[in-house]
Design a protein around this ligand. Structure first.
Ligand code: PLP
Length: 390
């Protein structure tokens, strides 16, 4: 099997697996305690959790460990950031006596569904949602954000790098634009982490979402970075864990695995960026030579405006599903659009937003690479792909 769907999920790294080992032994010799218990088993778990928190803090460039909140994944982190900040800001403005009819949230048209669907729900609860368009390359302009911000804006959320086409936004500039109006800024940094430098302090964001499994950690674990002092109303209520920001007994093994994977991914980021970019450029060149294939975005060789590990093309006269299944039969795992929207024949909202015609978008393929991808594996992919098209 040749796995080329790293943007959907990455295999667990040996380091993450080993780091979690102590949690997966049966019996009381294991690291099994509840991190909130007062006794020694609890204290041991607590120490392990806090070590993981400090490690994640360093990997994502946060300033303090208490800015790292462990969640069940990036979907939860996105939900918590949007709801938590928007509701807190609305309440704070109302306490200041500033009555806003429809507090507004600004997002981009190519956000992950974890953001877009949360916005759809918040719209039903009285928020106004402004969706910023992107250009044909998949980029949001800080000017369009500047124009969209009003006195009613309570939050801006724009993803760092897109999960389908790989476009990377100028987060620093966008965050500065929001801050110039006193508006907090959140970014979904799930796909960017480990592929491009990703320090929340350098980006200047107030909140950011991360997912362990996209970087070689376990599934079902994520991180919400929340800069200290950012208004936040917890939506997960209960026992008050994670300093009240996210109730629920912490997933110690998940946090440890996440920390180990993030540490390794952050340390190898520059080297992997260069290696993968070379592979990306070669794959775009090979596929671009085929008359049936059109690159979904124009990625020039060496371009740092796109993730180094994602190649997205549309194949004329084919449906994604057919290609995915034909490739699967021959041992290759790729996806059409994102993993979440596969299974549906509707063209992806990302390809629609960059004005790819519907018939072409229906034949889209996303090939996403990672630690295990080599030039030889891509050569085999290209020759099999050509054979299928023929
Ligand atoms: N945001 C982006 C950009 C993603 O690619 C994904 C994963 O598909 C998510 C959020 C959701 O992450 P998780 O699987 O951890 O819920």
């Amino acid at each position: 099997m040749i796995y080329l769907d790293y943007a959907a999920t990455a295999p667990l790294t040996a380091t993450a697996c080993e780091a979690m080992g102590d949690c997966f032994k049966p019996g009381t010799d294991a690291l099994f305690g509840n991190a909130n218990s007062v006794h020694s088993a609890g204290r041991t778990a607590f120490k392990a959790l806090e070590r993981a928190r400090e490690s994640v803090m360093r990997s994502i460039g946060a300033g303090r460990p208490d800015e790292v909140i462990f969640t069940s994944g990036a979907t939860e982190a996105d939900n918590a950031a949007l709801r938590g900040i928007a509701l807190a800001r609305r309440d704070a403005l109302s306490l200041e006596g500033k009555h806003i009819d429809h507090p507004a949230i600004i997002v981009s048209a190519i956000e992950h569904d974890a953001v877009l669907e949360t916005c759809a729900a918040l719209k039903r609860e009285g928020f106004a949602i402004t969706v910023l368009p992107v250009d044909a390359g998949g980029f949001v302009s800080p000017e369009s954000l500047e124009k969209a911000i009003s006195d009613e804006t309570v939050l801006v959320s724009i993803m760092f790098a897109n999960n389908e086409i790989g476009s990377i936004q100028s987060i620093e500039a966008l965050a500065q634009t929001a801050h110039a109006h006193g508006v907090p800024f959140h970014t979904d940094a799930v796909q960017a982490f480990g592929k491009i430098p990703c320090s929340v302090s350098s980006l200047g964001v107030d909140a950011a979402s991360f997912s362990a499994h996209k970087a070689g950690g376990p599934k079902g674990v994520g991180v919400l970075y929340l800069k200290s002092g950012t208004p936040f109303k917890p939506t997960m209520t209960g026992g008050g864990q994670e300093r009240g920001f996210r109730s629920g007994t912490q997933n110690i093994a998940g946090a440890i695995g996440c920390a180990a994977a993030f540490e390794e991914a952050a340390a190898r980021c520059d080297e992997e960026n260069r290696r993968l970019m070379h592979l990306r450029d070669g794959l775009y060149r090979e596929l671009g030579n085929m008359p049936e294939v059109k690159a979904s975005v124009d990625v020039s060789p060496g371009s740092q405006s796109y993730l180094p590990n994602i190649v997205n093309v549309c194949v004329r006269g084919f449906e994604s599903q057919t290609l995915i299944l034909q490739l699967d039969l021959r041992g290759f795992c790729v996806s059409g659009g994102s993993a979440c929207s596969s299974g549906s024949l509707a063209p992806s909202h990302v390809l629609t937003a960059i004005s790819i015609p519907r018939n072409l978008a229906q034949g889209s393929l996303r090939i996403s690479m990672g630690s295990d991808t080599t030039p030889e594996k891509l050569e085999r992919f290209v020759s099999t792909f050509k054979e299928i098209i023929r």
